[in-house]
Ligand binder design. Structure first.
Ligand code: GTR
Length: 438
């Protein structure tokens, strides 16, 4: 048979196309959620042997004996390591340019609460961004303590309150849900109300402040949107290897919300508890570490890169998280993908940097991907730092029974059920916050 060069080229083209499709299929299969989940280890007996770094021994092998040494030497070196090698540095300073109360009312939740919706605006050069804080404050409390946390599905998803404004960022992120026949669909209003026990908070004298996380940085591997580009120099297109990934960006946003809360007369800014679920739980922890104005921190099912120990390589690992979500952490963190042994730190030291402030870590029994065992041990191994401050941590090393919280300034529970935020979780957080924050 005879082929002209054209034939050969087209045969080559077909071959190349076929190879590309196969490659695509292979990558898709390798990283498809089902396969990624099944690749993970869920067998306690297969957890590799590892030595956990002691939070009270410095990188130069000095024993840390008191709060002064912790605060002067050890905490700063840990903070520096996690900043440059995991979450990423914030490349500059940016303050709220202006804030604007978009809406308020005092008839929310059958007259139990005041509602306030505040738009924060940030401007720098040609860049401008807004994000909206939705607040519910208990009536009859002069300055309310509150929970501050991001939501995944838009402010309007947290309660079926017709007054909650739907943000344009949420509409852009959810084109199919946001607009039908040129009108906002109401189908997602209150859709996640089950994750926010707002009435219970109000009854206990707490308020809630929440923000749609996609307004601060849309959750995709795209470095041209959100707040990151505000800091690019010259023709920079993405953060440098040591600069902030999305978790650090979102944590930064919580601090800016705190800047606003400090100015709100109806809020007790000394009693703001930062809360987050899952990737937003990782965010709450990192925000709590970096901003000591937060009076307490709650991590709900935060897993890998949050409360769970990385060196256990149980459930989601550094490699898996860096592959599925390459934009969450800084590029330097990829040095530890499949290389946990090389890490001179682990996540218990993130928790330790929250000391002496109250901390609540929670897991779910069916959420093995987030490694409940590793989340619990992380709290245990952070506890010596709490002890240094004379604050009781968690000393028992065996996992508590399901639905049996270990309460104290450092608290932990594993509840039955899946990766989620439930009524049970909030009942415990509120009980704990009443005792240790309010
Ligand atoms: C998972 C991810 C987890 C967790 C979770 C979430 O897919 O692997 O690290 O953050 O998403 O945020 O819902």
């Amino acid at each position: 048979m005879f082929f002209s060069s054209k034939n050969v080229n087209s045969r080559n083209n077909i071959h190349v196309k076929l190879m590309n499709s196969l490659r695509f299929l292979l990558v898709f299969l390798l990283f498809s959620p089902a396969l990624v989940f099944s690749q993970a280890n869920y067998d306690e007996s297969k957890v590799p042997g590892f030595k956990l770094p002691d939070p009270l021994i410095s990188f130069r092998q000095r024993k840390i004996r008191n709060v002064k040494q912790w605060e002067k030497t050890r905490r700063p070196e840990l903070l520096d390591f996690f900043t440059k090698n995991m979450y990423g540095e914030i490349p500059g300073k940016l303050e709220i340019s202006s804030f604007n109360i978009l809406e308020q009312g005092d008839d929310a939740f059958n007259g139990k609460a005041k509602r306030r919706q505040v738009e924060l605006t940030f401007e720098k050069g040609k860049h401008k961004i807004h994000f909206n804080i939705l607040m519910y404050l208990p009536k009859g409390v002069e300055k309310a303590p509150l929970f501050l946390g991001y939501n995944f599905s838009g402010n309007h998803s947290v309660a079926s309150d017709p007054h909650i404004l739907i943000s344009t960022a949420w509409v852009e992120d959810n084109p199919s849900l946001g607009i039908i026949n040129n009108q906002f669909t109401e189908q997602s209003r209150g859709a996640k109300a089950n994750r926010w026990a707002i009435e219970k908070m109000l009854d206990a004298g707490f308020g809630l402040a929440t923000i749609y996380y996609g307004e601060v940085d849309p959750d995709k591997e795209d470095y041209s949107d959100g707040i990151q580009p505000f800091f690019y120099v010259d023709d920079q297109k993405k953060p440098a290897d040591n600069e902030w990934g999305s978790v650090a960006v979102w944590a930064w946003g919580l601090s800016r919300a705190m800047d606003y809360l400090e100015q709100d007369q109806d809020v007790d800014a000394q009693k703001v508890i930062v809360f987050g679920h899952s990737r937003l739980g990782k965010t709450a922890l990192w925000a709590g570490v970096n901003d000591q104005r937060f009076a307490g921190v709650i991590s709900n099912d935060s897993g890998c890169g949050g409360a769970a120990l990385s060196k256990r390589e149980f459930g989601e690992t550094i490699k898996l998280i860096n592959t599925s979500f390459p934009h969450w952490f800084c590029k330097n963190f990829k040095n530890y993908s499949g290389n946990e042994k090389a890490l001179p730190v682990d996540q218990h030291e993130v928790l330790a940097m929250i000391a002496p402030r109250p901390l609540y870590v929670a897991s779910a029994e069916d959420d093995q991907w987030a490694d409940p065992g590793g989340e619990f041990l992380s709290v245990v191994y952070a506890s010596p730092v709490y002890k240094l401050y004379g604050v009781q941590g968690i000393t028992q090393t065996e996992m508590p029974a399901v639905n049996q919280p270990v309460m104290g300034p450092v608290a932990y529970h594993i509840r039955s059920g899946k990766h989620d935020v439930t009524e049970f979780d909030w009942e415990q957080y509120i009980r704990w916050a009443k005792q240790y924050i309010q």
